[in-house]
Ligand binder design. Structure first.
Ligand code: AMP
Length: 189
């Protein structure tokens, strides 16, 4: 059982690198952002709850996010492991994730934090807006808010994993394959 967290600010490449890891390692990819977009598209209750937060670049409340994540983990109990992408984003979420996994006799194996400077993030998100169709990529003020929320609420989660010796910081600037190899090295593959 290998449970990885891909950590980093919006636009740091978590989604891109997760996909590459999934095809190499055969793990189940869980992106809470993707799950929310699916729920919003299908106008479900969690989708309706999440919409106004996502449009402003705010975090969706922990309860809604954690319930959705739990459901996805439970649907994939026989998986060889998970890649968590965009979760946890608060210390409370990190603690709950440990509890959920521990109850199943599992744990987080490693946390990879993709380090990318703010100006590079702005550049990438602006470019992504042209193809993603994501409303939260299209507005500069929403992009700024997501970067601010990352620093305020999500970056402190790094210290949580540093304490347990699970955190590895990776330079997230460069060619996609180059960054992928840095990640593989960090997880001993
Ligand atoms: P992402 O695709 O990971 O950039 O997520 C898009 C948006 O979904 C974020 O800006 C948040 O509004 C929401 N979201 C995704 N994951 C979480 C999470 N773990 N906690 C709270 N909100 C989240």
């Amino acid at each position: 059982m290998k449970n990885l967290i891909l950590f980093g600010p919006p636009g740091s490449g978590k989604g891109t690198q997760s996909e590459k890891l999934v095809s190499q390692l055969g793990l189940k990819h869980i992106s809470t952002g993707d799950l929310f977009r699916y729920h919003m598209k299908n106008d479900t209750d969690p989708g309706k709850l999440a919409k106004s937060f996502i449009e402003k670049g705010e975090l969706v409340p922990d309860k809604v996010t954690v319930d959705m994540l739990k459901e996805e983990i439970n649907k994939n109990n026989s998986s060889a492991g998970f890649i968590f992408d965009g979760f946890p984003r608060t210390i409370a979420q990190a603690e709950i994730l440990d509890t959920i996994l521990n109850e199943k006799g599992w744990e987080i194996t490693k946390v990879i934090s993709l380090e990318v400077p703010d100006d590079e993030l702005r550049k990438r998100l602006k470019k992504r807006a042209e193809i993603s169709g994501r409303p939260d990529d299209a507005k500069p003020e929403v992009i700024e808010n997501r970067i601010r929320v990352y620093k305020q609420e999500t970056e402190p989660v790094k210290a949580y994993y540093k304490k347990s010796g699970k955190l590895t910081e990776i330079d997230g600037v460069g060619e996609i394959d180059e960054i992928f190899h840095r990640i593989l090295q960090a997880i001993g593959q």
